[in-house]
Structure formats: structure tokens, C-alpha cells
Design a protein around this ligand. Structure first.
Ligand code: FMN
Length: 171
């Protein structure tokens, strides 16, 4: 019996196992993005996310969920603008870099300040440049909702995340 089977939470007699919760969420295949802001310190901050979701067409809204424990959480909380950089299939290294403890993730990365002043990564498959619209506390994450002010796309295929591993779309 795995140790986390004991850590069930119960509601109406239903038992929710945290390991099963993670595994179930991991079965929802997603793309990967780097969400990024310029902090009050004038420096770029960003992290790898797969919680990115489109929310509304009119107005155009998207969301991303950021862990309270993430170092980027503070810069996101005070930012007026953020960018979502959807990674292309050849950008797996960027995903790993922006999920790592690298002291300066933007060093040696080709990036620039886009139309709203948030960090845009060169070569991203799509970029959504957003103005902060709403923030909601939800458990141990904050849901940041952005109003999309500019969207740009290029040709190519997406980097995929499924069952805790990087994947590529089959031809
Ligand atoms: C594929 C993948 C998806 C991730 N998605 C999220 C996410 O949606 N929200 C989040 O807060 N962290 C997510 N993370 C974890 C952060 O990228 C990681 O904890 C990062 O080091 C946080 O950086 P920071 O502490 O410098 O902000 C993800 C990591 C990976 C590898």
C-alpha cells in the first residue's frame, strides 16, 4: 500500500487521495507556457506553467494559476501586465529552465519587452500580452486573469505535457 493512500480527505463519505488527484490531473494533456512579468525591481520574472486556460472571448480573457510558494508570485501580484509565452515543440529546454532553480533564468535567453512591457520569448509559438484584470485566491494558488491586449502566433507545433512528461504531437 503506498504511503499517500493514508492521506485521504473525506467529504460525504467520499475519499480523495492526493496521489490519485495528481495522477488524474496529469491525464489532462496540456501545452506549456512561460508566464512572465517585469517586477517592481525592473527585472524579468517568469515561470513554467501548464495551468494556462482561455476564459472568455468578449472581453478576451485568459488565466494562469501561480503557487503562493513560487518566487514569481510576488512579482505577479504587483504586476499590471503579464505575458503568456506558449512554447513550441523545440523549446523543451526553456520549459525546464523556467521550472528550475536557475538564479537568472532570463540570462542567455533571447527575450524582449513586448507591446505591454511584459517579457516575450523569441521563438514562442504564441504570445498573449495581457493587462491584469482580476486576481482570485484559490487554495494554495492565486488565479491571475488577464485581458489580452495583443496576441501573436507563428507556424509550428506545440510542446505537450502529459502524465508528467514532455511529448510531441504525432504527425
Ligand atoms: C510542466 C510544468 C508545469 C507547471 N505549471 C505550473 C503552474 O501552472 N503554476 C505554478 O505555480 N507552477 C507550475 N510549475 C512549477 C513552476 O514552474 C516551478 O515551481 C518554478 O520553479 C517556479 O519558479 P519561481 O519559484 O521562480 O516562481 C510547473 C512546472 C512544470 C515543469
Amino acid at each position: 500500500m503506498s504511503s499517500d493512500r493514508h492521506k485521504t480527505s473525506s467529504f460525504l463519505g467520499l475519499h480523495m487521495n492526493p496521489g490519485e488527484f495528481r495522477r488524474a490531473c496529469g491525464l489532462f494533456a496540456t501545452g506549456i507556457a512561460v508566464a512572465a512579468v517585469i517586477g517592481r525591481d525592473g527585472k524579468p520574472h517568469g515561470l513554467t506553467v501548464n495551468s494556462f486556460t482561455s476564459v472568455s472571448l468578449e472581453p478576451p480573457l485568459v488565466l494562469v494559476c501561480v503557487d503562493h510558494k513560487a518566487a514569481s508570485h510576488g512579482p505577479f501580484s504587483s504586476a499590471e501586465f503579464f505575458a503568456i509565452n506558449v512554447l513550441a515543440e523545440d523549446q523543451q529546454e526553456l520549459s525546464a529552465r523556467f521550472a528550475s532553480s536557475h538564479p537568472n533564468r532570463f540570462e542567455e535567453v533571447d527575450w524582449f519587452e513586448g507591446a505591454v512591457g511584459a517579457p516575450v520569448l523569441a521563438g514562442a509559438l504564441a504570445v498573449l500580452e495581457c493587462e491584469m484584470y482580476e486576481k482570485h485566491e484559490a487554495g494554495d494558488h492565486t488565479i491571475f486573469i488577464g485581458r489580452v491586449r495583443r496576441a501573436a502566433v507563428r507556424e509550428g507545433e506545440a510542446l505537450i505535457y502529459f502524465k508528467g512528461a514532455y511529448r510531441r504531437l504525432a504527425e
